[in-house]
Design a protein around this ligand. Structure first.
Ligand SMILES: Nc1ncnc2c1ncn2[C@@H]1O[C@H](COP(=O)(O)OP(=O)(O)OP(=O)(O)O)[C@@H](O)[C@H]1O
Length: 609
């Protein structure tokens, strides 16, 4: 139930990523069966088409044998033409079947990849902030893009040929034994070292594959960080440092990739040498057998042609098995995201309208990788329509506290209640419609200013958009080249910090939440603009419509609030009006003293009394 304090609480929002380097096998692929099953028919037909093409190829040497030993030996022209036409037909059918394979498998492979990719993206969006704090974005990117590519290629091509090549090797060996068993047995024996080699190389290749794929993610992370943080890197003249860091990771990736290539090159060489050696032995013994009349010339030619047809399937086993290992590794890496347990999930209840009463009861919070509670025993009530300022030193837990209300993080102890309902009992989309946040570092997306603005309320009218823009002093967007339809660059970088903050504030206000959380949202504004925004905010927060929780560092922002809560080392040290705290709490005075002449203000307040 909503307010059951005995309700079990997750100690961690997510499980830590599993250790790197575990073994990968076919079961890794099994986890994606739901994405593969809808395309099973296409995959199956494409595999049958490949098998058909292989059978057509194998039939040609057998027909050749009949031609040589039959019509050619007997000068039977009609038989020659008939068998010749059959060979021609098989020659046409084979490429047609291969075309069919490619067409069916490509579509099915792409569709499967797309389905898993969208599932992954959906999953990433649902996973809590603590998950994203633990994972490097490059690792996520490489899994969603590169690893899924491995999966697609294996399903559409690798698995197809792996199955068909093994079937082809088995069929050919049986045919060879039937054609001339002494030579057939020699060929069958030559398969033994091939199987041994495959099993032997699998373990080493798997280890190197996992390393290469993890290191690819590390390089992607370095590049992403380097591009994202280019301004800071340039400003501090740390280009060489950033380059060295990226170069070290890239070199490691290069060396592991070379080691993997060296291993596969050695393996493939053996796979090519074994059939060739077998062929030499077969030719020697076969020539003797033909000379002594133990086999006909046609049989020997068919035997050698069939044996030659084995060279590619055997040699290809090397890269197909390598591909399989890379794919199993990739599947495991992707599944690590899907298998991450998400404890921030929908609750059963929905509030159609909320008055906006926020209550924190004995709230405690600890980050999954932390060893101390960031918040501990926090009790706080914000009445509907009231505005509360959260003041505290750096790292005192203000941002963490605000993140608990829309469940960007979940409490590890106690409860957060909205209108008396535990926020964990509400549906997430419902809760996040009722609570809107504007952050200090506002993220804008690479889409139009209008789309950015209406993110929380796609159905907002022009009048509402205008009002939100005016309130946030964000009217500058109307002067952009295409007005509100101007596409704002990646992360809104084409705007100044203050402009981005104002747009983000307009976005939060436009969402018409019951609770508006401003996490130091006005920090990048000049004093004049800040005063205008604050004046306008008073009209939203002051009418008793919207409950406000404002993280404030400046005294001017604090003045927006009805009451102030002082947060110290994760605990509420004092709650009261600005005047009460200023006169009665030295720590509060000290916090605001840098920019405020407290003594003078106290005198003023005394005089006003
Ligand atoms: N993802 C995280 N993992 C572990 N610890 C974290 C994480 N994010 C923040 N912290 C720690 O939690 C504490 C509270 O951080 P928080 O961001 O809530 O402080 P704050 O009061 O908002 O600080 P500021 O005023 O500087 O923004 C800090 O000690 C911080 O180091």
């Amino acid at each position: 139930m909503s307010s059951d304090p005995a309700r079990p609480l997750g100690e961690q929002d997510v499980l830590a990523p599993p250790p790197r380097g575990r073994r990968h096998n076919w079961t890794s692929m099994w986890r994606f069966r739901r994405a593969i099953v809808p395309w099973c028919g296409r995959f199956a037909i494409s595999y049958l088409a490949t098998l058909g093409a292989v059978l057509a190829t194998l039939a040609i040497p057998l027909l050749t044998r009949w031609v040589i030993d039959g019509p050619v030996a007997r000068s039977d022209y009609i038989g020659l033409y008939a068998l010749g036409a059959l060979v021609l037909a098989l020659g046409i059918v084979e490429p047609l079947l291969l075309f069919l394979r490619r067409w069916l498998a490509s579509r099915a492979g792409l569709a499967t990849e797309n389905r898993i990719r969208t599932t992954l993206y959906h999953r990433l969006q649902r996973l809590p902030m603590s998950f994203h704090g633990q994972w490097e974005s490059g690792q996520l990117l490489s899994r969603i893009m590169t690893d899924l590519g491995y999966l697609r290629r294996f399903l559409g091509f690798g698995l197809n040929f792996l199955v068909v090549n093994i079937v082809q090797i088995a069929i050919v060996v049986i045919l060879l034994i039937q054609l001339y068993w002494p030579l057939g047995i020699i060929v069958a024996i030559s398969v033994v070292p091939i199987v041994w080699l495959c099993l032997h190389m699998e373990r080493q290749y798997t280890r190197l594959s996992r390393q290469v794929q993890d290191q690819t993610g590390d390089v992607a992370s370095s590049i992403e960080e380097g591009v994202h943080g280019l301004r800071v890197i340039k400003a501090f003249g740390r280009n060489a440092y950033a380059f060295d860091k990226m170069n070290r990771r890239a070199t490691l990736l290069y060396e592991t990739s070379v080691a993997r290539t060296r291993l596969s090159a050695r393996f493939w060489t053996f796979l090519e040498v074994i059939p060739t050696l077998t062929l030499i032995i077969v030719l020697g013994i076969g020539a003797y057998a033909a000379a002594t009349g133990a086999v006909t010339l046609g049989t020997l030619i068919a035997f050698v042609t069939l044996l030659l047809s084995l060279i590619w399937p055997v040699a290809a086993l090397g890269f197909l098995l390598a591909m399989a290992q890379e794919t199993f590794t990739a599947a495991d890496r992707v599944a690590e995201i899907l298998d991450t347990e998400n404890l921030i999930t929908d609750g059963p209840r929905e509030l159609t309208a909320a008055a906006g009463r926020v209550e924190l009861r004995e709230v405690a919070f600890r980050f999954p990788d932390g060893d101390v509670d960031v918040l501990d025993g926090v009790d706080l009530v914000v009445e509907p329509g009231e505005t509360l300022a959260l003041v505290g030193g750096t790292g005192s837990g203000k941002t963490t506290l605000t993140a608990l209300i829309p469940r960007l993080l979940d409490v590890t102890g106690g409860q957060v209640l909205l209108d008396g309902v535990d926020v964990r009992d509400l549906r997430l989309d419902n809760l996040r419609t009722l609570v809107a946040t504007a952050f200090e570092d506002p993220t804008l997306f690479s889409m139009s200013a209008r789309e950015n603005l209406t993110l929380g309320r796609p159905d907002a009218t022009e009048a509402e958009i205008d009002a939100a823009l005016d309130l946030a002093q964000a009217g500058f967007v109307r002067d952009l080249p295409w007005g509100l339809d101007t596409r704002i660059g990646e992360q809104g970088m084409s705007l100044s910090g203050g402009q981005r903050q104002r747009l983000a504030l307009a976005r939060a206000v436009l969402a018409r939440p019951a609770v508006l959380v401003l996490d130091d949202t006005l920090s990048a504004l000049d004093i004049h603009t800040e005063a205008l925004v604050e004046e306008a905010l008073r009209t939203v927060l002051g009418r008793g419509r919207t409950t406000g929780i404002i993280v404030a560092h400046r005294a001017s922002t604090v003045l927006l609030a009805d009451r102030v809560a002082l947060l110290q080392e994760g605990r509420i040290a004092a709650v009261g009006t600005h005047a009460e705290l200023l006169s009665g709490v030295p720590a509060y005075r000290e916090l605001l003293s840098a920019e405020f002449d407290c003594e003078a203000e106290l005198d003023e307040l005394e005089a006003a009394r």
